[in-house]
Ligand binder design. Structure first.
Ligand code: PEP
Length: 248
């Protein structure tokens, strides 16, 4: 049984005060839930978020990390530093990192491998651009990102990785993939994971959909057979919206 994982990616939003206010409000609204809830604030808000969530079932994620352990890597944050704060998850290969910061699959893969080595759960983002979809290359692109992203990941570790299928054209645009198209790609992702590992492992791996998920569309998306969660950007910034998503 895959336990759904719903993660909020706050991107470069919310300072410490805003983070604390969100958590206060969100915790008041949150009751019993069968899904795993993760929030991913900025690096600078992780420590205060961790303090506030120390007795909560809500888990913390970071939005990026270095593949190196320590040393002369100005501006970088290591896996150990995240663990030290109580972080459990880390988003890797988000399309904004790929497109704006030019992160390549090889770098993303080094981060995935390092996160697993250190005991963090990577949320590995994959997804095609609009042009690639229109050129009918979406499946080829996602397959390539998966093969490269899972390179050197052992069978023992594979099921700790969460795959977030995020069509780039649906991120922050208000456009959502139809639930059927999203599920078609999620099933395809699972079939590739079966080829890379085993059927049993592919059945254990959580596959999220991301791209303009909101209270109004989350239920339909979550009802799809191969979709086990959501990576939520904009709609995770407001406690009321995010709780509605979590309680789909
Ligand atoms: C994201 O940042 O991963 C995302 C899916 O953003 P949004 O929900 O705003 O489209």
């Amino acid at each position: 049984m895959r336990v759904p994982v719903i993660a909020g990616n706050w991107k470069m939003n919310k300072n410490n005060d805003e983070t604390k206010k969100f958590i206060q409000e969100f915790e008041k609204l949150m009751g019993e839930t069968e899904v795993e809830v993760v929030i991913c604030p900025t690096f600078t808000s992780l420590a205060s978020a961790a303090q506030m969530l120390s007795n909560s079932s809500v888990k913390l994620g970071a939005q990026n990390m270095s593949w190196e352990d320590e040393g002369a890597f100005t501006g970088e944050v290591s896996a150990e530093m995240l663990l030290d704060l109580g972080v459990d998850f880390v988003i890797l290969g988000h399309s904004e990192r790929r497109q704006i910061f030019n992160e390549k699959d090889e770098i993303i893969n080094k981060k995935v491998v390092k996160a697993l080595e250190k005991g963090l759960r990577p949320i590995l983002c994959v997804g095609e651009t609009l042009e690639e979809r229109e050129d009918k290359k979406a499946f080829e692109i996602v397959k390539d990102q998966l093969i490269k992203g899972f390179d050197n990941v052992s069978k023992n570790e594979a099921s700790k990785v969460i795959v977030a299928y995020e069509p780039v054209w649906a991120i922050g645009t208000g456009k959502t993939a139809s639930p059927e198209d999203a599920n078609e790609m999620a099933s395809f992702v699972r079939s590739i994971l079966k080829e890379l590992f085993t059927e049993a492992i592919s059945e254990e791996i959580i596959i999220q959909y991301g791209g303009s998920v909101k209270p109004a569309n989350v239920e339909e998306i979550m009802n799809q057979a191969d979709i086990d969660g959501a990576l939520v950007g904009g709609a995770s910034l407001k406690p009321k919206d995010f709780i509605e998503i979590v309680n789909f």
